[in-house]
Ligand binder design. Sequence first.
Ligand SMILES: *Cc1c(COP(=O)(O)O)cnc(C)c1O
Length: 227
Amino acid sequence: MSPEEIKENLEKIKSSLPETVKLCAVSKFHPLENVEAALSAGQTLFGENRVQEAVEKFSKINENSKRAELHIIGSLQSNKVRKAVSVADCIQSADRSELVELINREAARINKNISIFFELHTGEESKSGFASEKEVLDLCQRFADGEFTNVSPAGLMTMAPFTDNQAEIRNSFSTLRKLKEKINSLYPQLPVKELSMGMSGDYKIAVDEGSTMVRVGTAIFGQRNYN
Ligand SMILES: *Cc1c(COP(=O)(O)O)cnc(C)c1O
């Protein structure tokens, strides 16, 4: 994609979103130049899957002044947490309690406050995410008890199943929204505000189901080259 095409894609997607819905541009597997093109077009929120790739691109981008907000959206191994916490503003793929504990420890170590989203498993094919709502609610209790000093539980994230069945996709998104409503009523003191759901192929359904943040890659930057 040329810088012009990236700009056009961003404009097209943004004009189709309600103003309250944030657009997270997923730049994984795309080079720094493409991120720069999106930045020039006014995009500031980005998502990356892999920590090392995120560090390589975004430490350059934010070298002199902070220009981009970076969210880690891919499943995070424990041994990558230190690096992830140092480079990211938010880890959307918090999918197990030990990971939240580790994120808190590493954030405390460098005196940083970092946001996380709880990733819920709502689709059949994907393996990532908390398997049960109860695990998420138990963690919310621990947040309410003040156990995690350097982590802010700012939202929920999910990936819909990879299917053409619209009803299944919709169901996955509404499951996430209902969990957020439950958390907000049980723990109104927690800042769980964002519903990160919807990708290139399904973000319109997600917005319909209450998404506050869509994560779009292909529709902005084109196909990824995995080689
Ligand atoms: C890659 C990825 C996206 C973007 O997917 P597209 O189909 O390219 O829009 C969104 N969320 C997560 C978690 C991803 O891994």
